[in-house]
Design a protein around this ligand. Sequence first.
Ligand code: FMN
Length: 160
Amino acid sequence: MPLDITILVGTMTGTAQLVAQELELRIDDSDNRAQARLMDNLDAGVFAGGGLFLICTSTYGQGDVPDNAKQLYESLHSARPDLTRVRYGVIALGDRTYAETFCNGGRRFDRILTELGATRIGEVLLHDASAGTMPEEVAAEWIDGWVALCHGRIDASAGA
Ligand SMILES: Cc1cc2nc3c(=O)[nH]c(=O)nc-3n(C[C@H](O)[C@H](O)[C@H](O)COP(=O)(O)O)c2cc1C
């Protein structure tokens, strides 16, 4: 069954967007569809109807989500929709220099989505900007495994 993946991007200076664009190109083929969308102006309604999502977000402030992700993040807390039809993965960008709040932006989305009944597929990918690796390269290596896991889970639940 082809996958239809919405990549939701939380970013301050464009790194997460670059990662998402790379992944969009890599995933989008004859088998699967992927569309990257900045989180700007989105609210919890983006998850209505369920589906497969990849959260790709950085971390700012005191371990906060970036400004363009705040409305969506806060709306999940206030509206508290039932997300049992949502499957998701998380790519969390951060920097271990911020030891106490490393990758908290992505971890915060992971926590609230699980709390609202969504099911995470795979482990959260944590990228450390101080490690000297390029996030788009690390993510490109990770994504094939994640897509394979999604196929396994979604094909199984579709009875394929
Ligand atoms: C002012 C500022 C605050 C940051 N705070 C954190 C933080 O609390 N925790 C963390 O893991 N990374 C933190 N970072 C690192 C960013 O999340 C990381 O560099 C990320 O790759 C930036 O992605 P973006 O360009 O998509 O926003 C901070 C970076 C800046 C410039």
